[in-house]
Design a protein around this ligand. Structure first.
Ligand code: SF4
Length: 376
């Protein structure tokens, strides 16, 4: 579609006039430090600003320079990240810090092309770092920008299609206010985040309502368009919290699945979600249970309520079964492919665990969970 130069000029001018740099103060806005900007951008991917803010502050405080982050142990970085989800971001962050420390002698790369080559950095993040830290003329295109552009210019091309991505990125680049790319990028993102919001945008007080196609044609709630609906795979976890006279067992998760390198408990995963009253009896029949505990059996102490967590592509339903085992699991766990560690239960808070496990560990024990003992 052809967009008139006058429309572009009107749009860019109005966005800049609307912007009040101090209206939404955030610690990474007023800085030029590329490492800190990169940290904030990675933390804010798939995370709300309010949730990401304390993590940003903790990372900057713990690792003031990219070299400090590079030399930190991975477990420590993952622990600091705990609760933010999408842990591949933390691993990429750490791996990239190491590359910057070694290949770039600790100096953050300063061209768009070099920044884009960093692990975990896509075109949006590269444009954000290049423009905010170095004033380079690259337009950012995040969810806010897609929404504002598709509404104002009335573009119904799906934003998650290859054609749509190209169309919106070309348009965003054409609109960029090149004398101050950082100011303009921040302005359009703030406009989308606080004014042209996904639900109930403030059209009645919008400075560009007279020229906004979506507003003029009552299409605001229909734009932007997405072609794919996200499908969530359902998974069912039954965690065994195995108490022994020497401590409890944790397992470090391997590669190729969710929560890579984080710690959880020995796990039985099934294709089905069983009613709570059938969980223990069903697990006792499972080959893993029988392999681990053999004929000796275990004392079942507690069965939790059902926990649920939704990840980007998966919905996980989980029961925790606490047991006491008086035998020796070490030789059995040594044969498993995964890494099991026997720990003092008091030390569990020092391990990086998925949010669901942290929630379970911090939940007060419920009398009805204990009383299930009678049923087993
Ligand atoms: S008029 Fe409404 S839909 Fe159009 S840009 Fe303004 S806030 Fe967004």
């Amino acid at each position: 579609m052809q967009i008139e130069t006058a429309d572009k000029q009107f749009f860019t001018t109005k966005v800049l006039q609307w912007y009040q740099p101090t209206a939404r103060p955030l610690p990474w806005k007023a800085i030029k430090n590329p490492y800190h900007i990169w940290l904030s951008e990675i933390i804010l991917q798939q995370t709300r600003v309010e949730q990401g803010l304390p993590y940003y502050e903790r990372f900057v405080e713990s690792y003031p320079t990219v070299v400090d982050l590079a030399i930190a142990p991975e477990d420590e970085v993952l622990k600091l990240w705990q609760g933010l989800g999408y842990y591949s971001r933390a691993r990429n962050l750490h791996a990239t810090a190491k590359i910057i420390a070694t290949q770039y002698e600790g100096i953050f790369p300063s061209t768009y092309e070099q920044i884009l080559k960093l692990k975990g950095v896509g075109v949006y993040t590269a444009a954000a770092i290049a423009s905010f830290a170095y004033g380079l003329p690259y337009a950012v295109v995040d969810g806010n920008v897609y929404r504002v552009l598709s509404r104002f210019f009335g573009i119904a091309t799906p934003i998650d299609s290859t054609v749509g991505k190209k169309q919106f990125s070309q348009l965003a680049q054409a609109l960029l206010h090149t004398p101050d790319p950082a100011l303009y990028n921040q302005a359009i993102m703030d406009f989308g985040a606080t004014h042209c919001t996904p639900k109930n945008p403030l059209c009645s007080t919008c400075p560009m309502a007279t020229a906004c196609i979506a507003h003029q044609e009552q299409q605001v709630n229909l734009l932007p368009v997405k072609s794919k609906k996200l499908k969530h795979k359902k998974r069912f976890f039954y965690y065994l919290v195995i108490h022994t006279s020497e401590g409890i067992y944790l397992r470090q998760r391997g590669a190729g699945d969710v929560w890579q390198h984080l710690y959880d408990f020995p796990l039985i995963e099934t294709e089905a979600l069983y009613p709570r009253e059938q969980v223990v009896a069903t697990m006792k029949q499972h080959e893993k249970w029988q392999k681990w505990f053999g004929k000796e059996g275990v004392e079942v102490l507690k069965l939790s309520k059902l926990y649920r967590q939704t990840l980007s592509h998966q919905k996980i339903s989980t029961f925790f079964i606490e047991v006491f085992y008086k035998g020796n699991l070490k030789p059995i766990f040594e044969q498993e492919k995964e890494k099991f560690v026997l720990i003092n239960p008091e030390k569990i808070q020092t391990f990086a665990v998925p949010k669901m496990i942290a929630d379970y560990l911090s939940a007060p024990s419920k009398p009805e969970e204990e009383s299930q003992l009678k049923m087993f």
